[in-house]
Design a binder for this molecule. Structure first.
Ligand code: CTP
Length: 422
């Protein structure tokens, strides 16, 4: 525990969910260090975790009754998962097994810890621990991606000796690193202090690519994963907004608490946004709609036999942001700009041309950022001259920086008594 962390969780209640890994004993150390930081810790365990460490150990260390496994406990507490969920400032799964991560990703609630997870509105952290091959398995990595897209903080496992005798990634992160991450999460600007800053606001977010078909099996699209827009929607929800997310085709699941409208083409995305714009206080256009579509869509599959060359005629699609300028109502508008050239000059021009109050600009075409990546590096400009640089960061952190920039813009706009507010 560093001296800065001591006392930083004073008055906070942290739920520690222990799942069935050999590393379960290390959760005792995490519990102690959380207490050193001032937190009240409540422990819940899966039945499998109780095979590794007795609930009595955690009850003695935490000073509170441990609820383990299912609702068939000898002394069931009615709706305890709801009460625990309401009180806690963080829900932390240490260690997190592959099985528990899968349940979290799917929203399964078949025992006390997994039901509690769904009831919690506080920030969530997981510290996975498992065998190297299990950790590398695409199913596990997919679940990790899903959780990240919902804003769950992942404390990656370390590399070291594993219970199997092997050596590799999969070992539970060091307890002190886990605690440092919990302290940071609970104190992060996007968590308690930012919570509620969008209360009462209606926020409309777009995300993902669109698809424009040439024929029933071929289409024009782009590699947008939707992760940025989903993160913006999750962050707005966690700050208290009522959020509608209009998404093109992505593999991301619906974030809890957010109304999701799935669309495919630019026209469908435009219709979904225009019909909801009048009630929105803010619109964040994070989608990557296609700029062109085939002039003609063939109802039959275009055959390649006897064809060496195919010329496509493309026509421009609707520019949704421009169309939304005519929509009734007044709202703050955040656009995105994906650029390969002079980033800030192009973004500034785009912000003015598309009637945006703020624009989030990022460079595309470089390895390790932008489309499909979990990380992005952006500069946020606003029409009052504000400029925020965000170094390479996970998309949930970029989303928090965007809403912070919106709040800052609104403050300056209302000081100068102009501009809409969100
Ligand atoms: N956008 C839109 N409708 C489109 C295309 C883009 O509303 N048909 C929005 C995007 O969601 C983004 C902003 O416009 O918020 C800028 O998108 P970008 O792809 O950077 O720019 P384009 O307008 O497509 O211009 P160019 O491709 O020439 O850079």
């Amino acid at each position: 525990m560093s001296s800065e962390e001591a006392g930083q969780l004073e008055g906070e209640e942290v739920v520690l969910a222990v799942t069935g890994s050999i590393a379960a004993y290390k959760a005792c150390e995490v519990l102690r260090r959380l207490q050193d930081a001032g937190a009240v810790v409540r422990v819940t365990m899966t039945h499998n975790a109780a095979e590794f460490v007795s609930p009595l150990t955690f009850a003695a260390l935490s000073g509170h009754r441990v609820i383990s496994g299912s609702f068939q406990d000898p002394q069931p507490e009615r709706l305890a998962h709801i009460r625990w969920a309401k009180r806690c400032s963080a829900f932390c799964v240490v260690p997190a097994t592959a099985d528990f991560l899968a349940k979290m990703a799917l929203g399964i609630a078949d025992d006390f810890p997994s039901s509690l997870h769904l009831a919690v509105e506080a920030p969530v952290l997981v510290a996975p621990a498992m065998e190297e091959k299990m950790w590398a398995h695409p199913a596990v990595q997919r679940n990790i991606e899903t959780l990240k897209s919902r804003g769950v903080r992942i404390v990656d496992p370390g590399v070291g000796h594993l219970a199997s005798g092997g050596h590799g990634p999969g070992r539970l992160a060091e307890p002190l690193d886990i605690v440092a991450s919990i302290v940071e999460m609970v104190g992060a600007p996007s968590t308690p202090s930012a919570q509620g800053t969008l209360a009462g606001q209606q926020v409309l977010v777009s995300a993902g690519p669109t698809r424009e078909h040439l024929d029933p099996v071929r289409m024009l699209s782009n590699p947008s994963s939707g992760k940025m827009g989903f993160a913006v929607a999750v962050e707005a929800h966690s700050r208290g907004a009522k959020v509608v997310l209009v998404s093109g085709p992505t593999s991301l699941p619906d974030p809890p608490g957010v109304e999701v409208v799935r669309v495919v083409t630019v026209d469908e995305m435009a219709d979904a946004l225009v019909s909801r714009a009048a009630n929105a206080d803010a619109l964040v256009m994070a989608a990557a709609p296609a700029d062109f579509r085939p002039q003609r869509r063939s109802p039959e599959k275009i055959k390649k036999a006897g064809t060496d060359k195919l010329t496509l005629e493309l026509v421009a699609t609707t520019d949704i942001l421009e169309q939304l300028r005519q929509a009734p109502g007044q709202r703050l508008v955040v656009g995105f700009a994906a650029e390969t050239g002079d980033l800030e000059v192009a973004a500034q021009e785009k912000m003015v041309r598309k009637g945006c109050d703020l624009i989030v600009a990022n460079r595309v075409g470089l390895p390790g950022g932008g489309f499909e990546s979990d990380l992005n590096e952006v500069v946020i400009l606003d029409r009052l001259g504000g400029r925020t640089m965000v170094d390479s960061s996970p998309k949930p952190e970029i989303a928090a920086a965007i809403w912070d920039a919106v709040a800052d813009f609104n403050e300056r706009a209302s000081a100068g008594s102009s501009g809409p507010s969100a």
